[in-house]
Each structure stands twice: as structure tokens, then as C-alpha cells.
Design a protein around this ligand. Sequence first.
Ligand SMILES: Cc1ncc(COP(=O)(O)O)c(C=O)c1O
Length: 530
Amino acid sequence: MLSSLRFSATRLATARSSLRLTPQLRAFADATDNKDDDAAFTPPSIPDIPELPLDFSDVKLSGTPSPWAVFDAWGAGGDLHERLEDSEMEKLAPASVAIPFDDEKSDLGETEILETYDKLLKRRSSVHFGYPYNLMYNHEELYPFMKYSINNLGDPFVTSNYGVHSRQFEVSVIDFFAKLWKAPKDDYWGYVTTCGTEGNLHAILLARECHPDGILYSSRETHYSIFKAARYYRMDAKSIPTLPMGEIDYDALERELAKNKDKPAIINVNIGTTVKGAVDNLDRILRILKSLGFTRDRFHIHCDGALFAMMMPFIDYAPEVSFEKPIDSIAVSGHKMLGCPMPCGITLTRKEHVAKVEMKIDYLNSVDTTIMGSRNGQAALYLWYSLRKKGFEGIKADVTHCIETAAYLRDALTEAGMTARLNDLSCTVVLERPKDEELITRWQLACEDDIAHVVVMPNVTREKIDVFVNEMKKCIDKNGRMEPSSDTSPLARLVSRSWGGADVVAPVGDLRADMSTGSVEEYENTKFAK
Ligand SMILES: Cc1ncc(COP(=O)(O)O)c(C=O)c1O
């Protein structure tokens, strides 16, 4: 216990120079400041965490209220780091990093190259806006484990003969997600994947094994990994049109399902689309299936929740996506909301489904149930550590920060006269594509045709947003605004009224003032009879 206190004191002391701490963490940091790390000291009293108001609205940097976890120890959420000089970038050019062959010599030593690379990654992490990666974390306590070759070969629940594994941590991560998504006790199975894509590939494989003659339905705005699964597994797949905000077009889905009632339906439900952060309405899809007479044995539902399956359970009044509903699997990425430094993910399904692919492998003394053979045991350890350190309150704080800060960005862009939209439950701000490729590269914006997006993660602060919006304004002054590339382009759909927003719908009326201009009857005739 004492050693972990010492550890935390050091982290706080080193992090506080680059962090704006919450008042509670500040008090704790003050109490631990200037302590000799090696000398035993009386731990200061711990801030009364459960009493903390869970209102993080004016906290610029998110994170967790736990005093033991200090995020952003290396500055991803702090100041913007300087661009590297051309001479420094030269050290990372292909010729500089090329591996000398035979008796060739290199002018640069590895240390110099790596120091420059470190500087580049710091810079790029500090101006990263486009992809849903939480860059605020501190896993230094795990660094010593990097020296081990941790491999969770085979199934997470069946021990193999390879003893250098982190299976116990992997199983506890799976158990956590099973509780989070309300999977029935003793009737779930899952594993730590290499990424959200692997989770989707595994889930769609199980779906095909359960329904070999099934048809896969998913919206046109689905992540490419779902249709890739259909290609890999040679499945019949339907790409369903979307509504302007990015959700699946429910009527189109219904029509397509009605046409193919003789075949089982495998439906991928997007719990947050990649580009617009749109959440398909799971309940509405289930109602459509029911109304068309698809019985439970004739449909299979996978929820692709790469980013949002980790967020929705922490958002008040969000619709529930859980195994208490007739769904079959959920996949999420671990490096997105949770913040793991290596790509990873989790997939969870019902136990009966995985039995369809299970094979005993003597060489492993385990069973083969996963897509990969060797599996990254470090990832399971990092996921476990992040979940343990953050706890429910820490994750909720991160999610709250993302949702609130995304609204701040949407409003700042709208006030500056640009088109910017934000879906409900989402931290993905969709905007008109800036006409400046350098700006796009600098902020690493993800673009699709004439739109771009910013995914607001815990390392995206209001200060950085102010800098970004200023650059966007300057870009418009210099290059003008992006015009929709066609009548049906993403930007043309972005200004659709169905998104709502100040510049697309009529201003809010004053009901009393409106009614005072005539009789109630007249009012109703004019306002509602259209
Ligand atoms: C909706 C959705 N599904 C799946 C993925 C793939 O996740 P990963 O990059 O972890 O493979 C993404 C990635 O952005 C995504 O947005």
C-alpha cells in the first residue's frame, strides 16, 4: 500500500506542472509535494472521493476522480507541442531510419533517431483531433511488464501449456464487460481482440455459423470491417441506405427484410457510426423484426460499438444496449474510449454461439475459438489496469467530458459561421471540410468527400478547440468555404433539417406572444393545420 502511495505521489508531482488538476487532486498534490520518494512518509488524507459532485462541466481536463490515477503524465492533453524543424524531420526520413544491410553504415545512432521520434509523437499527440483515441493515460506502472513475452495463446478461459500469460486479467476484463452489458451469468464468452475490427470479424463469423444461409444487413455508413467480414466469409449482404444523420433508414431495412423473410436475418447495429457518430435504434430494429414475424431463432444481432459501447452505459438516460435484449454479440475497441496505448478490443457473445467454432488443439492444450492464434497478453493487462484505475466514476468523468466538450466545439464552429453537427449520444462533431490540406494534416482530421470530423476525446480540451476554431476561421478567410460536391454529398446531407441546429430550422417562437395575436382557434388553424 505504501509503495503505491509513493508511486502516486511521484506521478502527481511530475504531472502537475503540465496539468490543471481538479481542486481535489490539487489538494492531494499540494499535500504530497516535495516529498522524498524513497523516504517513508505519512500518507496525506485522501480526498473524500464519493462526495465529489459528478459535475465535470468546468473541468478542462477530464480523467478520473481517483487520486491514484493521474492521467496525461506526458502531456497529451496539455500544451500544444512545437512542430519539429525540417532538420529534425530529416532524422526520421526513410534514408535515416533504413536498416543497414551487410556492411553498410548509418550516420545516425538509434538513440538520436528515437529521441526525435519521441518528440514527433509528443507533437502529433498534442494536435490530434480526428480519430477516436483517448490519449490521456498513464500506464507507467506497467512498463516493467514489457520485458515479458506475454501471450494469451488459445482461449481465455482454457489454460494452455504456455505459462507466460495474462489470462486471469483477460477474464476479469471480460467479466467486467459482461456485467456492463448485462450478459446472463455463466452464459457469456468473450476475449481481448487486437482491435474493434477483429471483434466484428469474430462476431460475424459466429453469426454465419449460427445461420449459414442468413443475409447480413447493415447500413451504408457502417465501418468497412463489417462488409469486409461479408466478403471474407462469402455472405450475402445488403447495404441499407441511411438517414441524413447517419442512422440506418428503418423503412428501407424493413422493406428489404420483408422481401427476404425466407432467410434468417443477420443484422449489424451501429452503436455509433464511424464518421457521424450515429447510433442505430436497436429497439426500433427489434420491433421491425417482430412485426415481420422473425422469431428469435431466425435472427442474429451484432452491435458494433467500437467507441460508443464503452460510452452509452455511462450516459444518463441513454437507450440501453445490453444482452437483456435479444442480441448476440457486442464488440468494442480498447484503445478508443478506454485509452490503451496499443490497438486492442473486446468481443462478447453468448456461450452457445462460440461452441460452433470451438476446436481442441493438442499442441496448445487449449481450444481454438479466437481469430488469432498468439494473442497480445499486454493488451489484456493494460485494459485491466485502465478499468481498475479509473473505476466507474473515472470512466463517467471521461465520457461526460467528451460529450460536453463536443457540444462546445459544435457551438464554437456554428458561431463562427461554419456548418457543424453533433448527433445525440455522440462526441463526434461533423463539419464542412476545410479547404486547406495542411490544416487537415496538422490536426489529423478524418475526412470523407466534402466533410471532416473531430472526435472529442479526453485529451481534446477547450483551449485546443479555441486554437483549432481560430485556424478554421483563418482558413475560411483565405480559401473560402467548402461547397457540397453534389446534391447528395455528405456536406449536402449535413445541412439537412433533420439534424436541427441554428442555421437550418426556424427560430424558437414565443407561444404566448403568438397566441395573443388572435383566438386560440385561429392560432391552431395557422400553426398546426398545415
Ligand atoms: C463503428 C466502428 N466499427 C469498427 C471500427 C474498427 O475499430 P478498430 O480501429 O479498433 O479496428 C471503427 C473504427 O473507427 C468504427 O468506428
